[in-house]
Design a protein around this ligand. Structure first.
Ligand code: SF4
Length: 343
């Protein structure tokens, strides 16, 4: 699971100098009752008792600026459903497991996964700004399997020793929850490895906490000798407002290529209308739709699954409706395969 406060990044006491995004992170809502009150659903028969029963180990966490994008009084709001724990998560469903994509088997050093040719993924932290209920790493043992700052050297040595590695992916958790100081230090060290050409950052923060895209961050990425790619994660057009538009524009001005990966989620975006709106708004805001992931079959997420035949049909309909560059590739991650598998 994602620990509430991973040892690697303990919160600093807030002061005048604390950046806005850190303040917002510290003020995130962690109680289902408070979330339901804020969206006017605290007396709603569907949620009231259920959300009280569905609590840890994978707790609720959602930034207030994201809650502001939820529709007040709407029990089926697509943003609410991504964040609110439900009792159904506790159901045992055959085929759903703690590590559905075999991350632990691909670990080469603490926090470094090497699955595919030419690139490696560094689990730089276990912390996230939001806890997405369908997360494939919701039971990931971050305490043992994410690289703390003191363990980065082992991973960097691994990368330096393999000249076929041209791209480093920073993931987590969410790598943009690292402080600027830690993040910049990590980028500095990756830049010293001459055969690495690209830095890819997988982050949901430009969507759920857009204030994280600061001038300092953009300047650091603009100055990098590496080609920088930001793969953000939005699942529904309603997540994209003027704040996300600014974050994506700032990244693009800094020379960062912006792509989006979404997860196909029952009840949230499993209609051609929702997927088309997502693609169009992403493009308007400066990110290309990249992947549409079929749900990774992690414990607690079975109620989000869309069956494969229906997923393929939805994407075929999307292709009829949109220009090709707006149609994400539908993929599934299968343990042991040499890349994501297109469906
Ligand atoms: S932000 Fe990403 S890693 Fe964090 S809970 Fe959501 S899907 Fe999982």
């Amino acid at each position: 699971m994602i620990p509430a406060q991973p040892a690697a990044e303990k919160p600093l006491p807030l002061s005048q100098a604390t950046p806005q995004w850190k303040r917002e992170q510290a003020e995130a809502v962690t109680s289902p009752a408070e979330l339901l009150r804020l969206v006017g659903l605290d007396q709603h028969p569907r949620w009231k008792e259920q959300a009280e029963r569905a609590q840890p180990p994978f707790s609720l966490k959602v930034p207030r600026s994201y809650i502001h994008r939820m529709q007040f009084g709407c029990a089926d709001d697509p943003l609410l459903l991504q964040a609110l724990p439900q009792a159904v998560e506790h159901a045992e469903v055959a085929g759903f497991s703690a590590d559905p994509v075999g991350d632990l088997n691909a670990q080469k050093t603490t926090g470094l996964l090497h699955k595919y040719h030419g690139r490696v993924l560094l689990v730089a932290t276990g912390a996230c700004a939001i806890h997405c209920r369908y997360c494939f790493r919701r039971e990931y043992p971050y305490e043992q399997a994410s690289a703390t700052q003191s363990q980065w050297q082992e991973s960097l040595d691994y990368i330096a020793a393999d000249s076929s590695i041209h791209e480093v992916i920073l993931s987590g958790g969410d790598p943009l929850t690292l402080s600027d100081k830690r993040l910049h230090k990590l980028i500095d060290r990756i830049e010293t490895i001459s055969h690495v050409q690209r830095l890819r950052i997988h982050s949901r923060l430009p969507i759920v906490l857009p204030s994280r895209v600061t001038e300092t961050l953009c300047q650091r990425l603009a100055q990098s000798r590496l080609r920088c790619i930001m793969v953000v994660h939005a699942n529904h057009a309603q997540e994209l407002d003027h704040t996300t538009a600014k974050a994506l524009q700032d990244l693009r001005r800094a020379g960062v290529d912006c792509l989006n990966q979404a997860v196909l989620l029952a009840g949230i975006n499993d209609s051609v209308e929702a997927l088309a709106q997502l693609s169009e708004r992403l493009f308007e805001q400066g990110a290309l739709p990249y992947y549409l992931h079929s749900l990774d079959r992690v414990h607690g997420a079975a109620h989000f699954e869309v069956d494969e035949a229906r997923a393929k049909h939805l994407v075929a309909q999307l292709r009829e409706r949109l220009s090709g560059y707006l149609v994400p590739t539908l993929v599934r991650e299968i343990e042991g395969e040499s890349s994501k598998t297109p469906l």
